[in-house]
Structures are given as C-alpha cells and as structure tokens.
Design a protein around this ligand. Structure first.
Ligand SMILES: Cc1cc2nc3c(=O)[nH]c(=O)nc-3n(C[C@H](O)[C@H](O)[C@H](O)COP(=O)(O)OP(=O)(O)OC[C@H]3O[C@@H](n4cnc5c(N)ncnc54)[C@H](O)[C@@H]3O)c2cc1C
Length: 404
C-alpha cells in the first residue's frame, strides 16, 4: 500500500466497504496480500461506524452472525468494552506476563526503530508502518511478538511507539492487542516462526536462517528466559540502509490550518464539535446556523503524538467539516466553549476527561448490544453480545441496543 491508499474522504471509505468480499476475506485474511479491507483508518476516526460498515456489506452479501468478518468487527468493539470497564488499567499489564516486569527493557532498540535488524519480516514491517501508517494484522502480531518475546522490550513502550505511527492507532485495540501478544492480557504468548512467515507473506519478507527460523518449542523456551543477547538474538547485519524514524508530532503541522481557541468566534452560537474520532458526515439534525468547530486537544497529543501522515489524514477531513479548527489546551478550549449557546458532540473515550464537561454528547453508534458485565475474554463477550442472533441482519436489526 502506498501513502495515497487512504484518501481522507467519505467516498474513499465507502468504496472500501463496497469492495469487501466476505468469502475471500474469510479465506485469505491471514495473508499479507489477502483480501483485508483497509477500513481501520476510517473506522478509527469515525468516518464510518461499524453498523454502517456492516450494513454496506450486507446490502450485497448475506452473512451469518458467526462469519469471520463480523467476528473481526467484534474484536474492535470487545476492546472498547474492556477499556470502558478497565479505564487506565489497560496501560498497565492486566496480569503478570511470562517474566517479571524488570526483565523487559524500557527502550526500543535503534535497530528495530531503523528497520535494520537484518530480519526481513521485521524490517519490512517497520518500513511499511512508517511509509503508509498501516500494517496488516499478521505483521503487527509478528512485530509485537519479536519485540516482546525475543528482544525483551516492555510491551507498553513498544505499543506507544506503534500507536504513534499508525493511521488507525486506537488506544484500546492497540494496547490490548499488545497485551494479548505479550501474554499479559491472555493466557499464552503469541509466537511465530520463519515457516509461518513463509506461508503468509510475500518472498521479500521471508526470513530463513534468522533467529526466528526455529521450532515453536525453542521459541517458547526463549520467551520464558531472560535475555541472553549473544545466544538468542545474534544480529545479522542488515543489507539495506538504516531508516530514519519519522518524527512524532504533538501538534498539527501549521500548514494544516488551525488557530488558538477563540471565544469571540462562537459567542452565543449553537456549536457542533468535531474531534478526531467523529469525522462522519455532519448529522442531518443540525440547524443551518449551527457553527461547526473542530478541536485538537493539546493535553491528549502531548501524551500521544502522531506522525505527519496521520495529522494530514485527520486535519484534511476535519477541514471539510469544520469552518473553525482549534488546537489548544483543554482548559483554553473549555473556557472558549463556555460562551456558546449550546455545544453538542459525540462521546469518545480518547477525550474522556474533557468532552463531557464541554458538550452534550450523543453516544457513538455501536454494532453489538452493550454487555453490562465485564468480560475478561473475547469468547465470553461474544457469546453475550450475539446471544439469540443468527444472521448479521439480526445484529443490525437490534439497533438501538437493549442493555444486556
Ligand atoms: C499489535 C497490534 C496492534 C494493533 N493496533 C490496532 C490499532 O491501533 N487500531 C486498530 O484499529 N486495530 C489495531 N489492531 C487490530 C488489527 O490489526 C487492525 O484492526 C487491522 O489490521 C486493521 O486492518 P483492516 O482494516 O484491513 O482489517 P480487516 O481485517 O479488514 O478488519 C476489518 C475491521 O475489523 C476490525 N478488526 C479486525 N481485526 C481486528 C483485531 N484483531 N482487533 C481489533 N479490531 C479488528 C477493524 O476495525 C478493521 O478495520 C492491532 C493488532 C495488533 C496485533
């Protein structure tokens, strides 16, 4: 995929929905060149909701609720479910992993950051991540497994790094997936070897003769022992030049057009607040004199900086929707909004501490019925969320959701 693969428009998002071929997806989704949808940047930033995606797909294909495609959409909502119950706990190990925390480094080594490990699957994954902001699920799993279990880097450090470079970076899906690989959120570690890469990736990713070219038993032993660099991860010098890691930026590049929060511009007006996670078309219910204001909250982006690709993706779409776009401290945004007649927006956990104090928030559309009891495994959650349903149409037919 090249950087133009994800134009930040609703038409591009809908074209991807129309292109979904569920049976090819189910057959080939594990392959790097398989029929995956590339929908995640659009879903993450709210250009499309999960119900809109499924409705678009089922308009052409009838699907069982247990279809692999529906199941994978479920993973996204399950991770949101865990986040809603666990809150900030998702940024710490949910339980102890294979080794004590002190066995893992707090630094992501330069050879990984620079795609210079000499292991083709790892270097290709990092190159792809930097150049496109997207990585196939299997490649994310390989990269995460290598970093945590072979190089003994703390999953949180590496998860923060990957989050910053993804167009679809989502704190729930990303950090909980890292925990799943690391075995701090699952019962066993995710491990992979060179044969697995050869089966699912194109030939320039194959990694024969490298540290991963071994049995699963040997990998499991390595994962459960503290690092012994000379024996476990003897480095093969990379034949390609080291990459420079793209910078992560805590404010939008100025060319993208934003100003400081300005109370005078909205005084006495009805405001619809657009943020980076609700970039759908504007609601039909907005009155014509409602002012649409886009916001980037400095407090969030100082903690979670983004690469330039993502800033461009989000800010370009926001510019289509909002005539005013502000970047500022949460305090300054909140103070500026106080002069408005009414402020409305959409709920979003990434802006959890602030948004509810600023605006009357609608709930973002969910695909599955809310599960009221915390589920610590996907299968537990899935059983509850799909109880009594046979087809994807049953799932769509349950909107809006009864509590369960
Ligand atoms: C280490 C790691 C980090 C990840 N970080 C993120 C992240 O920051 N943001 C993110 O959206 N996903 C993340 N995922 C999940 C998954 O890799 C991506 O959602 C998927 O690769 C996006 O590509 P796609 O849209 O082509 O997926 P498809 O396979 O075409 O799936 C369609 C949609 O289903 C959802 N989905 C599919 N698989 C998963 C999954 N395993 N977990 C959650 N949702 C899923 C996504 O919304 C996706 O867009 C991560 C996975 C791993 C292993």
């Amino acid at each position: 995929m090249n950087p133009e693969t994800f134009p930040p428009t609703r038409d591009a998002a809908l074209a991807r929905v129309h292109a979904v071929r569920p049976s090819d997806y189910a057959r080939s989704r594990n392959a790097i060149e398989g029929a995956v949808t590339g929908l995640s940047p659009y879903i993450t930033h709210g250009l499309l909701s999960l119900p809109a995606v499924l409705a678009g797909v089922t308009a052409k294909h009838s699907l069982d609720v247990q279809h692999k495609f529906v199941f994978e959409l479920g993973w996204r909502e399950y991770f949101r479910h865990v986040w809603s119950f666990r809150g900030k706990e998702i940024f710490e190990s949910l339980h102890e992993g294979l080794l004590p925390q002190t066995s893992y480094s707090a630094l992501l080594p330069a050879d990984i950051r620079q795609a210079a490990t000499g292991i083709p699957v790892i270097d290709q994954a990092v190159r792809t991540l930097y150049s496109t902001g997207y990585l196939h699920n299997h490649a994310r799993m390989w990269l995460a497994s290598y970093i945590v279990h072979l190089r003994k880097v703390c999953w949180r450090v590496a998860a923060d790094w990957m989050y910053g470079h993804l167009l679809d970076g989502d704190l729930a899906s990303n950090h909980l997936s890292w925990q799943w690989v690391a075995a701090t959120g699952s019962r066993k570690p995710y491990l992979f070897n060179a044969d697995n890469v050869a089966r699912y990736a194109p030939s320039n990713w194959h990694s024969p003769g490298s540290v991963i070219d071994t049995s699963y038993e040997a990998l499991d032993r390595i994962a459960r022992q503290p690092l012994r660099p000379s024996r476990d991860v003897a480095q093969t010098p990379s034949s390609s030049p080291a990459l420079v890691e793209p910078p992560l930026l805590s404010e939008p590049p100025s060319v993208l057009g934003w100003t400081a929060p300005n109370p005078a511009a909205i005084a006495g007006r009805d405001v619809w607040l657009v943020h980076p996670w609700n970039l759908a078309d504007l609601p039909d219910s907005l009155c014509t004199d409602t002012l649409v204001v886009g916001i980037f909250v400095r407090d969030f982006h100082h903690l979670w900086p983004w690469n330039a690709l993502r800033w461009k993706f989000v800010a370009s779409r926001m510019a289509e929707l909002a005539s005013l776009r502000w970047y500022g401290d949460a305090d300054a945004i909140g103070a500026a909004l106080q002069g408005a007649r009414q402020v409305r927006s959409t709920k979003e956990p990434h802006l959890e501490p602030w948004l509810a104090g600023w605006a009357i928030c609608e709930t973002a559309p969910a695909l599955f019925p809310a599960v009221d009891r915390r589920c610590d495994s996907f299968s537990q959650w899935w059983t509850r969320a799909t109880r009594g349903m046979r087809t994807a149409a049953d799932l769509l037919g349950t909107l809006p959701k009864p509590a369960r």
